[in-house]
Write a protein that binds this ligand. Structure first.
Ligand code: NAG
Ligand code: NAG
Ligand code: NAG
Ligand code: NAG
Ligand code: NAG
Ligand code: NAG
Ligand code: NAG
Ligand code: NAG
Ligand code: NAG
Ligand code: NAG
Length: 461
């Protein structure tokens, strides 16, 4: 299924002649933004380091890891979370970006690769020997297996905008939708040991390193245009790979060297040796940069019928954090969220805003006499009259206006006296009735509950 044999070409060979090694370690503590771009998070057998590739300084975000083969790292940039797997403890852990508040989010996992889907805020990870890809939320809840394979999946990368995930399975590179459907093998030839994988989401390319061949390769999302970018000589097993700032950063399993490689032409631009630790070697490499996790855009919201939308474009998708506000035309009342914000996952906060005619419910303890002529509904502004069931009014307004929030202006009627009435059918004698008023469209139904008998009368307003 390799569709790219003819495009397979060696763009560059890099001979490791000399390395400008440098080994400055600083002890910074503010790690919300641990370094300037290109900023790398690199897991070593015992620590997770933030490496400032520009000035080659580094410090440990997480230390005291149990010494095991492979720590896989990813972050949720906006939330400031760092995730990693600890194979010796069979756990996936999370901390803040300053290394505080370490929390176990999964027990009993044999995670050999993980990736944060930052828009839906979910964590994907591969497991060996179970041969599965699992997903959970970022708290570790709602854990599910999205995919079972016959191979051993390892490094995994996601592209939320395209709804895709890619994973390396030693002799194959595969992809599927984020729900595990439409699985496809995009590379299956000439691979011996692909562990780590990264993607350039703008150019829609997948990159991986072959651990045995010490080469960096690339293919587009569909599996076409395979390119051998670089074969680096003199290294001891290339392993981690990260795409950031339009370069690839590739590390060695046995040493603390990280190579910077032009992702288009494969030229190795430089190499840096970050802080040594014993035992040495880089495991996972991750680029730490806001541009790697662009927030989703929200679909344009329509203006409500009988109302208007303010503060956001009406016809184009909208960026994260944009706030739209809504207003209703005169004599309409808004229901729902008057203000809605575009969230990280590309959905709108709040509830749909709709404009409705104001309908005031009739007061219970007063007799409804009717409204000003011409009204078919009691809406904002409608003036209506009420009276007491009894003759005497203690307090309150007899003329009230249905206002904005579905309430009546003025004060409720307070009445005294017993068993008198002020509502009569034309033909009816004044009698002991306690009218109850219902309102159905244009029909006013007066339900006279007589003390002696019962009957209904219908009035057309
Ligand atoms: C595999 O790679 C070799 C060179 O390493 C090349 O000659 C050969 O054509 C490749 N085969 C396929 C199927 O890509
Ligand atoms: C490297 O740059 C970072 C800022 O990104 C700075 O905090 C740090 O002190 C610098 N380290 C050295 C050794 O220059
Ligand atoms: C290292 O981890 C062990 C066990 O998890 C713990 O007992 C110890 O206090 C930790 N040391 C440091 C310096 O965090
Ligand atoms: C630490 O993590 C726990 C568990 O996820 C969370 O409830 C708590 O708010 C966090 N505390 C801080 C200071 O981040
Ligand atoms: C992991 O196991 C520990 C010890 O058994 C337990 O306290 C913790 O709640 C578990 N965490 C999760 C996320 O299952
Ligand atoms: C390849 O990229 C390197 C560094 O980015 C650049 O210096 C070099 O000119 C490029 N080579 C070609 C052939 O474009
Ligand atoms: C990387 O290589 C491409 C192709 O040779 C070149 O056009 C580009 O300028 C190089 N990028 C950088 C940052 O040097
Ligand atoms: C809004 O988008 C629709 C469909 O894309 C288009 O037909 C319409 O002309 C656009 N209106 C404005 C004001 O841009
Ligand atoms: C209700 O009517 C009043 C008076 O005309 C007006 O000021 C108010 O904005 C209206 N409210 C709504 C929600 O239309
Ligand atoms: C989007 O994020 C919000 C806030 O975190 C959440 O309530 C909502 O369920 C999410 N929607 C989807 C479709 O993930």
């Amino acid at each position: 299924m390799d569709r790219s044999g003819k495009d397979f070409k060696l763009l560059s060979t890099f001979f490791l002649l000399s390395l400008a090694l440098s080994n400055k370690v600083s002890a910074s503590s503010d790690l919300r933004h641990p370094c300037n771009s290109p900023c790398l998070l690199i897991s070593t057998p015992t620590r997770i380091l933030a490496v400032d590739y520009g000035n080659q300084s580094s410090f440990a975000v997480i230390s005291n890891l149990s010494n095991a083969n492979g720590y896989y790292v990813d972050v949720h940039y906006k939330l400031g979370y760092l995730f990693w797997s600890d194979r010796a403890q069979r756990k996936i852990k999370r901390s803040n970006m300053d290394g505080t508040n370490i929390t176990v989010i999964h027990n009993d996992t044999d995670c050999v690769g993980l990736a944060v889907e930052w828009n839906s805020m979910r964590l994907y990870w591969t497991e060996n020997p179970k041969k599965t890809i699992s997903v959970s939320d970022l708290e570790g809840n709602n854990r599910n297996i999205v995919l079972s394979t016959t191979d051993y999946p390892r490094g995994i990368a996601v592209d939320p905008q395209q709804g895709l995930m890619f994973w390396a399975a030693m002799s194959k590179i595969e992809k599927s939708n984020l729900d595990g459907t439409q699985r496809d093998i995009i590379v299956s030839s000439n691979l011996s040991s692909a562990h780590s994988i990264t993607v350039d989401r703008k150019r829609k390319r997948v990159f991986w390193v072959d651990y045995r061949k010490d080469q960096i390769e690339s293919v587009d999302y569909s599996g076409s245009n395979r390119v051998l970018l670089s074969r680096i000589q003199g290294v001891i097993n290339l392993f981690g790979i990260a795409f950031t700032s339009s370069f690839l950063f590739v590390g060695e399993w046995h040493r603390n060297t990280v190579f910077k490689v032009n992702a288009s032409n494969g030229t190795v631009v430089s190499s840096v040796q970050f802080a040594s630790s014993t035992p040495s070697g880089s495991r996972g490499i991750y680029g730490y940069d806001s541009t790697l996790q662009p927030p989703a855009t929200c679909p344009a919201l329509p203006a409500p019928t009988d109302g208007a939308i303010l503060g956001c474009p009406r016809n184009a998708s909208v960026n994260y954090d944009t706030v739209c506000q809504f207003l209703c035309n005169n004599r309409y009342l808004g229901h729902g969220s008057q203000e809605r914000r575009c969230l990280l996952n590309g959905t709108w906060s709040g509830q749909e805003f709709v404009c409705q005619t104001v309908t005031c419910p009739l007061p219970i303890n007063a007799v409804f006499l009717g409204c000003k002529t011409g009204e078919t509904e009691i809406i904002n502004g409608t003036e209506c009259r009420f009276s007491c069931k009894e003759e005497s009014k203690v307090a309150g307004s007899t003329a009230r206006r249905c206002i904005k929030d579905g309430k009546w202006s003025g004060a409720e009627l307070a009445c005294t006296g017993i068993r008198t009435t002020n509502i009569r059918h034309e033909n009816e004698k004044e009698s002991d009735v306690i009218p109850e008023v219902l309102f159905l469209n244009r029909w006013m139904i007066l339900d006279y509950e007589s003390i002696h008998d019962r009957h209904l009368s219908l009035y057309i307003l």
